[in-house]
Design a protein around this ligand. Structure first.
Ligand SMILES: Nc1nc2c(ncn2[C@@H]2O[C@H](COP(=O)(O)OP(=O)(O)OP(=O)(O)O)[C@@H](O)[C@H]2O)c(=O)[nH]1
Ligand SMILES: [Mg+2]
Length: 374
């Protein structure tokens, strides 16, 4: 049976952040962690302060962490931030004596480990491996540096440690390059397919959005496919393309579903996923799926839009697809009106994939947007 990891979450809250915000953020972190499966959140340390340069949390909190790790047999510490590798190394070093196998992850490690579990295709796997190697590298040199300098403690042997670190770095760089070359080959095939589509004047639609918004559900409905849908984050990691027939255009268009976005997704990670995100970058039309029942709806829309800007998507048109309208509570009329006004540039559509509500109108809007291809 798979071992269940016992973890402690460490969150540092900005002193200016509202309490409700902090609770919501922690909730998202918890769902992210729950997605990993085989993990038991044993404890949470939340601390309202500025992050400490050396250890992220202050020395008093480090002592508390040591105590929790020892008493509750913790094997993974997750720091809810993107931190300098030296911070992760410093924390690991402080916890080593109490659990020699302790792992300290930051947000990137957590996301990469989740990605790793869900990745299906070689392309997605390679992208994750490269991102992981880049992210882990400095920590490994750090560890190596400490070990080597411990080994070569005497006068005159200092150079040995340095040479070894250099060798390690070179080996690491070579390994990354090999993976990159492999990925490059796959990306080229991908690009070739996209170019062929353009030559044949076949429009491409791409479904994008925050993780868990219902992208795959919509993809399945439109293409009659049966991809896995789950109430969890990052269920989809690989880009999959299906077909949708549009009667007014008298042609089939391609439609692709891909990885969801999340806030604080570091740009290095977005960059590593460029190969799978290629469909979205070159799509003629983007369907931005939004969970209308989500209390953090505006923030999530902005996160997605920001990432799309970073990716420099070419789409002439983006349609905002507000999904899960069946689960929406509150003054419906008023809020729908507000949304319609606020996002009028994005032809807002209101649908429920579960009830197959609003999809006819959505298809009509898609046809309108792609009418130049007729
Ligand atoms: N109430 C309600 N739930 C929905 C609707 N559409 C999808 N869901 C649920 O939302 C959850 C996420 O659906 P997915 O289609 O996997 O979402 P996704 O955006 O592809 O998620 P990731 O691939 O993990 O980023 C699932 O539990 C779905 O059953 C809807 O119209 N109404
Ligand atoms: Mg999905």
């Amino acid at each position: 049976m798979q071992k269940v990891h016992r973890i402690v979450l460490v969150d540092v809250i900005d002193p200016h952040e509202h309490k409700d915000e902090a609770i919501k953020n922690l909730q998202e972190l918890k769902s992210l962690v729950a997605t990993y499966h085989g993990i038991d959140i044993v404890d949470v340390i939340q601390h309202r302060t500025r992050p400490d340069k050396a250890t992220f949390i202050g020395s008093g909190k480090v002592e508390e962490l040591v105590e929790i790790v020892t008493q509750k047999q913790i094997d993974i510490v997750v720091v809810n931030a993107i931190v300098n590798p030296s911070v992760l190394f410093n924390l690991t070093e402080k916890l080593w004596n109490f659990n020699p196998d302790i792992q300290v992850w930051d947000r990137i490690d957590l996301i990469l480990n989740i990605f790793d579990k869900h990745a299906q295709t070689l392309e997605a796997k390679l992208q994750i491996e490269i991102a992981r190697m880049q992210h882990m590298g400095p920590r490994i040199y750090g560890l190596g540096g400490t070990l080597f300098s411990r080994q070569g403690g005497g006068i005159g042997t200092k150079g040995l440690g340095e040479t070894n670190i250099e060798l390690m770095k070179r080996h690491w760089r070579d390994q990354i390059k090999k993976k990159r070359d492999q990925l490059e080959k796959i990306s080229r095939q991908h690009l070739f397919q996209l170019e062929r589509r353009k030559e044949n004047n076949i429009p491409g639609i791409s479904i994008v959005g925050y993780t868990n918004a219902g992208k795959t559900s919509l993809f399945n409905l439109l293409t009659r496919k049966h991809k896995v849908v789950e109430n969890a984050l990052f269920v989809t990691l690989d880009s999959v393309t299906g077909k949708l027939y549009l009667p007014s255009l008298k042609k089939e268009v391609t439609i692709s579903d891909t990885i969801g976005f999340i806030k604080d997704l570091p740009s290095s990670l977005i960059n590593s996923f460029k190969s799978t995100l290629m469909e979205s970058v070159s799509a003629d039309l983007l369907l931005h799926v939004i969970d209308i029942s989500d209390p953090k709806i505006d923030e999530k829309i902005e996160v997605v839009e920001q990432i799309l800007r970073e990716l420099k998507v070419n789409a002439q048109k983006i349609i905002f697809v507000f999904n899960k309208i069946d689960a929406f509570k509150g003054d419906g009329e008023k809020i729908l009106k507000e949304i319609k006004n606020k996002y009028s540039h994005f032809s807002p559509q209101f649908i429920s994939v579960t009830l197959d509500y609003g999809t006819k109108k959505l298809k009509a809007e898609i046809e309108k947007s792609l009418s130049s291809f007729a």
